[in-house]
Design a protein around this ligand. Structure first.
Ligand code: FES
Length: 131
């Protein structure tokens, strides 16, 4: 059986609690999908960057995924809100549908994407918002 491999996404120190996310692109089930990794409440989580409403990217400026309270992820288009730890829909037009989680792993001081099972890193998107 083939073992999953891991690919570096960023340094852990690049992710502040409720701060900017690091964006990247993965191949998932044979197509390129935008994705992001964030830190919340000390935990690092990654999701496909597609709102469950109509599939657009969540961030209104590159890397800005949290609402003004820093407690929820928010879609910039119609304001659907998601739990940053689970991707679960909290309110709005996601209507009970959540974000697709991506498996990551902390390796020393780095965050790695766990490649395998149809998910592969395509590229890191440089340049987060400085807003
Ligand atoms: S596209 Fe995200 S709430 Fe409508």
């Amino acid at each position: 059986m083939k073992k999953d491999s891991a690919t570096r996404l960023c340094a852990i120190r690049e992710l502040e609690n409720s701060g900017l996310g690091v964006r990247f692109v993965v191949q998932l089930d044979g197509r390129s999908r935008s994705a992001f990794v964030i830190r919340f409440d000390g935990e690092i989580k990654a999701f496909i960057n597609e709102c469950a409403h109509i599939g657009v990217e969540l961030d209104w400026q590159p890397g800005i995924f949290f609402d003004s309270t820093g407690q929820q992820l928010i879609c910039s288009t119609h304001g659907a809100r998601y739990n940053p730890l689970t991707g679960e829909c909290i309110s709005g037009r996601c209507a009970g549908r959540g974000l697709i989680a991506i498996k990551i792993r902390e390796v020393g001081e780095e965050v790695h994407l766990v490649d395998g099972k149809g998910v592969h890193l395509e590229k890191i998107i440089e340049g987060q918002s400085d807003v």
